[in-house]
Ligand binder design. Structure first.
Ligand code: NDP
Length: 271
């Protein structure tokens, strides 16, 4: 089976690091052209160099843009249209989790989390939907979280807003089916990405636990996998998440919409 992504155009928000960058690599390896955005110009430039080494610089476009800034997202879409003239797949991936519980989440934190999880989907979708529809086989994939179905008290706002986001994606899948745009989500458990490296460097785990001094990142990840009861005994890699995203984004999933795939190493316990 081939992905049939050759010469298609895929847009990945948050494509300069972690799962987003691995997704951009997966598309390029399948012969697609890729446009990525992120806020940090420096991170984008670094990613551009690495991505260009896969199939040449002509197939890669990077644009600095905060997905929460409507004008910037519209300018990104215009720039993609100008550069590649189409968009066949949109991966709404930009974002991060908020480590907080009931007592440590202020009203503003709740609003910020709602903004991030909803508008990081709504704004790019608004900006790219005409191009996706014109593709004739458009696909939207959201990088979401296992938390949407299995909440954790130490990620209270992220879990609640991820659950709402899944509901939104289901509505979009029904509304966009007649215009040939599919909408799906990949639910990540724990993937070794920029987020987790930053947590390790901060010396504090997501539930406020201190990482013992002298613990290597690899050893901390092994401990994390144990403490989170991940049956496969390890964190996932960004490439493993990217494979599921590529599947949903490509014509391999041409009759699948409004669905999810868990990429959790067996951690998700919902049936
Ligand atoms: P990384 O931190 O490695 O990558 C996040 C990417 O998003 C970066 O390119 C970052 O670039 C970009 N980004 C963040 N905020 C914005 C913004 N407002 N506008 C534009 N770009 C933005 O994290 P991951 O790869 O882990 O995360 C990817 C997605 O997967 C996120 O939505 C995350 O919540 C989700 N996820 C990850 C899990 C994991 O275990 N890794 C678990 C569950 C969900 P820059 O900072 O320069 O803007």
């Amino acid at each position: 089976m081939t992905s049939n992504m050759k010469d298609k155009v895929a847009v990945v928000t948050g494509g300069s690091s972690g799962i987003g960058k691995a997704t951009a690599e997966a598309f390029l390896n399948e012969g697609a052209k890729v446009a990525i955005c992120g806020r940090s110009r420096e991170r984008l430039d670094e990613a551009a160099t690495q991505l260009a080494s896969i199939s040449g610089p002509d197939n890669v476009f990077v644009h600095a843009c905060d997905v929460l800034d409507e004008n910037a997202v519209n300018a990104f879409a215009d720039a993609v249209n100008k550069r590649f003239g189409r968009c066949d797949a949109l991966v709404c991936n930009a974002g991060q989790a908020r480590a907080s519980n009931f007592y440590t989440t202020s009203d503003q934190d709740w609003r910020d989390e709602f903004d991030l999880k909803f508008f990081s989907v709504l704004r790019p979708v608004r900006a790219f939907i005409d191009m996706l529809s014109a593709s004739g086989a458009g696909a939207i994939v959201c990088t979401s979280a296992m938390l949407a179905r299995s909440p954790e008290p130490f990620l209270i706002a992220t879990g609640a807003t991820r659950a709402g986001q899944l509901n939104l994606l289901k509505s979009l899948s029904r509304e966009f089916a007649p215009i040939n745009v599919r909408v799906n989500a990949v639910l990540i458990g724990l993937v070794d990405s920029g987020q987790w490296s930053r947590r390790y460097e901060s010396g504090e785990g997501p539930d406020g636990d201190k990482i013992p001094q002298g613990t290597s990142k690899e050893d901390w990840f092994v401990e994390l996998a144990k403490s989170r009861h991940i049956p496969m005994g390890r964190l996932g890699t960004p490439a493993e998440a990217a494979n599921a995203i590529l599947f949903f984004a490509s014509p391999m999933a041409s009759y699948i919409t409004g669905e999810t795939i868990d990429v959790t190493g067996g951690q998700a316990r919902n049936v």
